[in-house]
Design a protein around this ligand. Sequence first.
Ligand SMILES: Nc1ncnc2c1ncn2[C@@H]1O[C@H](COP(=O)(O)OP(=O)(O)OP(=O)(O)O)[C@@H](O)[C@H]1O
Ligand SMILES: [Mg+2]
Length: 258
Amino acid sequence: MLEAKNLSVRFGRRDILHGLSFAAKPGEITAIVGPNGSGKTTLLRALTGDVPFTGAAHLEGIDVARAKPWELAARRAVLAQFTGVAFPFTVAEIVRLGQASGLRAGQGDLTERALARVGLTGFGPRHYHDLSGGEQQRVQLARAIAQIWAPVGEAGANWLILDEPVASLDIAHQLEVMGVARDFARDGGGVVAVMHDLNLTAMFAGSVALMAQGRVVTQGSVDRVFTDAHLSSAYACELRVNTTPARGPFLLPHTAIA
Ligand SMILES: Nc1ncnc2c1ncn2[C@@H]1O[C@H](COP(=O)(O)OP(=O)(O)OP(=O)(O)O)[C@@H](O)[C@H]1O
Ligand SMILES: [Mg+2]
């Protein structure tokens, strides 16, 4: 489990997260959705121990606030919303950095296998800065995968924490990356993903937390959270949830089509 209770974050004099609760279980993708500035990235950064918070956060029983950095690095890997790479690294070097920071540091080179999992076979020798934005995003996902590698280790589930993992990807690669995340979860791992595409969320998420103004407004199954009222209120625009018998909910921005 990845759990937060009464979690608050304050930057300077500003309260960003207001005593929220959040829970994710391994075996499914838990999505975090909500408008820009609602606190999604800040919640992820608190859950990964990257910003100070008050309240409680536990990852598979590990107290995030007290854990050593290596302890967390062995159990969860993070794909950040924006990842700058300052040096002229090759793709393989970046993926190896991920492996070096996790538990599998001495266990052979996972680079090619990690790249294959994100559809970038053969990209290892290329320079990271020469890749397209979408390719760079997938290299970062390969780095995260190389860090934790197994969905389940001796101590329990490992976690992929993904901040807008498909933001700059075309539709085929969105499906590919979400498929990688889903397979990781199906094999027993935990996945938390911040998402802006609500339709993609409906297709892939087992649970979804809807955020607005620094709070988790509601969390549960897609069917429970994706209602006209919840979404229209959180996003402050009129949204309509439709369903197809075969494929479940899909969304249309009603304001635009009325
Ligand atoms: N380091 C910081 N110092 C001060 N304020 C911050 C800091 N980081 C985030 N904030 C503020 O906290 C609020 C929530 O930001 P956050 O990045 O968590 O939003 P988000 O939901 O991820 O938005 P987006 O969808 O645009 O990525 C915003 O108002 C932002 O300006
Ligand atoms: Mg964000």
